[in-house]
Write a protein that binds this ligand. Structure first.
Ligand SMILES: Nc1ncnc2c1ncn2[C@@H]1O[C@H](COP(=O)(O)OP(=O)(O)O)[C@@H](O)[C@H]1O
Ligand SMILES: [Mg+2]
Length: 240
C-alpha cells in the first residue's frame, strides 16, 4: 500500500530566544495524500509558517515525526534536506522573492542553474514554465516592469520549473488585489486538477481558502479543525 505524501505525528517546534521558549507547534498531527489541495488557516502567530517550513524541509521538528513520501525528515542532514527541496518541493511566498534587475526568464531559470543544466535547457524549461502560468511574451521583463500578480506568476513558474510533486504557498495572495488573487488561485487550481500537483496553501481569507478541497484550522500550534470542503476529482478507473 502506498504511504501518504505527508505524515506529521505529534510534531513539536520549540524556538528558544534567550531565556524565552516559544512553543510554535504543540503536538500537531496531520496526514495529507498525494494530489490534495489543502488550505491552512488560523490567526497570526498560530504556527502556520512554522508548519510550512517543516513540511517544506526548511526546518526540522524539535520533537515528533514528519515523514515525506515515507522518508523520516527529522533524521536527514542539511544537504539531504536541500536535495529533497530541490527535487520534490516548490515554494511560493507572500513577497514573491524575485531577484531584482533580473528578467522573468532568468528568475524562473534559477533552480535549474543549481541543478547544473545547460543554459539552453534552462531557457527552454523556464520558458515552458512561464507559459504554464500565462506569461508567454513577458520572458524579458524585469520584476519592476510587471504587476504584482504577474510577479507572483513568475514566482510560481520558478517553483514549477523543477516539476515538484508538492507546492507550498505561504499567503501567496497576501500582497495582491482581489482580481490578481483570483488569477493566482485559478492557476493553482488548474495545477492541482490537471497536473495532480499537491498544493498546501496558507491564507487568512475565506474566499481564497474556498479554492482548496480541504481546510485545516490551526490554533496555538495544534489542529483545531480539519474538514473536506469539496469533493476531489475521482481518479479514472484503472483498466483491468
Ligand atoms: N524563528 C523564530 N524564532 C522564535 N520564535 C519564532 C520564530 N518563528 C516563529 N516564532 C514564533 O512562533 C509562533 C508561531 O509563528 P508562525 O509560525 O510564524 O505563525 P503564523 O505563520 O501562523 O503567523 C509565534 O509566536 C512566533 O512569534
Ligand atoms: Mg505566517
Amino acid at each position: 500500500m502506498m504511504s501518504a505524501l505527508i505524515q506529521c505525528e505529534d510534531v513539536w517546534k520549540i524556538y528558544r530566544v534567550g531565556d524565552v521558549e516559544v512553543q510554535a507547534l504543540r503536538g500537531l498531527s496531520v496526514t495529507i495524500q498525494q494530489g490534495e489541495f489543502v488550505a491552512i488557516m488560523g490567526s497570526s502567530g498560530s504556527g502556520k509558517s512554522t508548519l510550512m517550513n517543516i513540511l517544506g524541509c526548511l526546518d526540522q521538528p524539535t520533537k515528533g515525526r514528519y515523514r515525506l513520501n515515507g522518508i523520516e525528515v527529522g533524521n536527514l542532514k542539511p544537504d539531504q534536506l536541500a536535495g529533497i527541496r530541490n527535487q520534490q518541493i516548490g515554494f511560493v511566498f507572500q513577497s514573491f522573492n524575485l531577484i531584482p534587475r533580473t528578467s522573468a526568464l532568468e528568475n524562473a531559470q534559477l533552480p535549474l542553474f543549481y541543478r547544473g543544466l545547460s543554459l539552453k535547457e534552462q531557457r527552454a524549461q523556464a520558458t515552458a514554465a512561464l507559459g504554464r502560468v500565462g506569461l508567454q511574451g513577458r520572458e524579458h521583463h524585469y520584476p519592476t516592469q510587471l504587476s504584482g500578480g504577474q510577479q507572483q506568476r513568475v514566482a510560481i513558474a520558478r517553483a514549477l520549473v523543477t516539476l515538484p510533486s508538492l507546492l507550498l504557498a505561504d499567503e501567496p495572495t497576501g500582497n495582491l488585489d482581489t482580481q490578481s488573487s483570483q488569477e493566482i488561485m485559478k492557476i493553482l487550481e488548474t495545477l492541482n486538477r490537471d497536473e495532480g500537483i499537491t498544493i498546501i496553501l496558507v491564507t487568512h481569507e475565506i474566499n481564497i481558502a474556498a479554492y482548496a478541497s480541504r481546510e485545516i484550522m490551526i490554533k496555538d500550534g495544534q489542529v483545531l479543525s480539519d474538514r473536506v470542503t469539496k469533493a476531489r476529482p475521482t481518479p479514472s478507473p484503472v483498466e483491468a
